[in-house]
Design a binder for this molecule. Structure first.
Ligand code: SF4
Ligand code: SF4
Length: 375
C-alpha cells in the first residue's frame, strides 16, 4: 500500500496506488436545499445512458429521501456499521478509512448488495424522522424532517472501485479525473460493486460487465455540463473542476464554494475516497445527523449558507446554478449581476441578483384590455 494525502480527512492515508492527480479534476456542487425530488435528473440519465437490456435497475443518478431512503437498500448504514467508530479530532479524521479497515487479503472494506437490494429505488421516499408532539412549535432544525439526497458517481480522487479491480479494468482519465470501466477488459467479477461504498457501480447481468456513471464525458469534452445537471428543475447543480486546497482560485466557482467559503462538503469524507461531488447541507435537518454524513465542517457550512442573504458574492454565485448548459470555469460579480465566464474570460451568461418587479394595473393602456386576474 502507498501513503497518499487526503485533504478531506486532513491526513495521509493508505491507498492501493501512489498519489497521482489528474490535470483537472471533474467536480460538482449540489445544493440540497433546493432539490424537490422531481427525479428529472434520474430520468435524464436513464434515457441517455441506461435504457438498454440488463440496465433496468441501473440508476447512475438517483435521488433518495434521507434518513429512510436508500439505493440500494441500506447502502450507507451497512458500511458505517462495518467501519465502526468514526472519530474526528477537529478537521482531522482519527478513525480508519475503508482502505485501512480492509481485512487481510482484501483491498477494501466493502459488501456486495443482493439483487433484491436494487429492486426498491424509492423506498422511504418522503418518510419523516421525528414526530411533532402536542404543542410543539415550528422551529429550525425541524422536529420532523427529511431531505433529498441526489447522488451520482463521485469520480473519487482515490476510487475504491479502481483499487479493488483485479483486472485493472477501471481507470481515471488523466485529463479530467473521470473514472471509467474499460468494457473490453472487464470480466464482471463485481469486486468494484462490492468495494464502492456509494454503490455507484452496477453489474449488467446480460452483458456480464460492470457499468457506471461516465459524467457525460462526451458532453464535457465539448464544454457542456452532464445531462442530469442541465435537466435539473430545481437548479441545484453546478459542474466544473476542483483544485487542491492550496491551489484554490476564487474565480473558479467550485473552488470558491468548497475551499474558500467551505459551504459545500463531501459525502462521508471519513470513508477516505476524496469524493468530488460536494453538497451544501440542508439547513433544516439536525446537525448531528449531518455531521456523520458530511463531516466536521457542517455547522459552519450551514451558518455560511444562511448568511447568503446578506452576502452578495455567495448569493450571486448561487444564482448561476442551472443558468447555462455550458461549464463555467470562472465567474465574477458586477454590482447586481453575476457573470459566468469561459477560460478566456468571455461571458457565457449573466444573471441578476434581484429579479425585477413589475406592477401591472387592472387596465392595460397599450393593449386596451382589462386584466381579469387583478384584484
Ligand atoms: S463513487 Fe464509487 S464508482 Fe464512483 S469513483 Fe468513487 S468508488 Fe468508483
Ligand atoms: S432534477 Fe434536480 S431538483 Fe429534480 S430531483 Fe434531480 S437534483 Fe433534485
Amino acid at each position: 500500500m502507498a501513503r497518499v494525502y487526503n485533504w478531506q480527512i486532513g491526513r495521509d492515508m493508505s491507498y492501493w496506488y501512489p498519489e497521482s492527480r489528474p490535470e483537472k479534476q471533474f467536480a460538482a456542487v449540489f445544493d440540497i436545499n433546493k432539490c424537490i425530488a422531481c427525479q428529472s435528473c434520474t430520468l435524464a440519465c436513464k434515457t441517455t445512458w441506461t435504457s438498454g437490456k440488463g440496465q433496468e435497475y441501473q440508476l447512475w443518478n438517483n435521488v433518495e429521501s434521507k434518513p429512510y431512503g436508500f439505493y440500494p437498500l441500506r447502502w450507507d448504514l451497512k458500511l458505517l456499521d462495518m467501519l465502526g467508530e468514526q472519530q474526528w479530532d477537529g478537521d482531522q479524521y482519527r478513525g480508519q478509512t475503508i482502505f485501512e479497515a480492509a481485512e487481510a487479503g482484501e483491498r477494501v472494506l466493502g459488501w456486495r448488495p443482493e439483487e433484491r437490494d436494487f429492486a426498491y429505488p424509492n423506498v422511504g421516499e418522503d418518510d419523516c424522522a421525528g414526530t411533532i408532539e402536542t404543542g410543539a412549535d415550528f422551529q429550525i432544525p425541524h422536529l420532523a424532517w427529511f431531505f433529498y439526497l441526489a447522488r451520482i458517481c463521485n469520480h473519487c480522487t482515490y476510487p475504491a472501485c479502481l483499487a479493488s479491480c483485479p483486472r485493472g479494468s477501471i481507470y481515471k482519465r488523466p485529463e479530467d479525473g473521470i473514472v471509467l470501466v474499460d468494457q473490453q477488459r472487464c470480466r464482471g467479477y463485481r469486486e468494484c460493486v462490492k468495494a464502492c461504498p456509494y454503490k455507484k457501480v452496477f453489474h449488467n447481468p446480460l452483458v456480464g460487465t460492470s457499468e457506471k456513471c461516465i459524467a457525460c464525458f462526451p458532453k464535457g469534452e465539448n464544454g457542456l455540463q452532464p445531462q442530469c445537471f442541465v435537466n435539473c428543475i430545481g437548479k441545484i447543480r453546478m459542474a466544473g473542476s476542483i483544485s487542491r486546497p492550496e491551489d484554490a482560485k476564487p474565480e473558479n466557482p467550485i473552488d470558491y464554494l468548497v475551499h474558500i467559503r467551505k459551504v459545500a462538503l463531501p459525502l462521508f469524507p471519513q470513508l477516505g475516497l476524496e469524493a468530488n461531488v460536494y453538497y451544501i447541507p440542508p439547513i433544516h435537518a439536525p446537525t448531528p445527523f449531518l455531521y456523520q454524513m458530511f463531516g466536521p465542517g457542517v455547522a459552519a457550512a450551514i451558518k455560511t449558507y444562511r448568511s447568503a442573504v446578506d452576502d452578495m458574492d455567495l448569493a450571486g454565485l448561487l444564482t448561476l446554478f442551472g443558468s447555462s448548459e455550458r461549464v463555467m470555469p470562472r465567474w465574477k460579480r458586477e454590482g447586481d449581476w453575476t457573470i459566468g465566464l469561459d477560460e478566456q474570460d468571455q461571458e457565457i451568461v449573466r444573471v441578476p441578483l434581484k429579479e425585477p418587479v413589475y406592477l401591472r394595473g387592472p387596465f392595460d393602456e397599450k393593449y386596451q384590455v382589462a386584466r381579469t386576474n387583478c384584484p
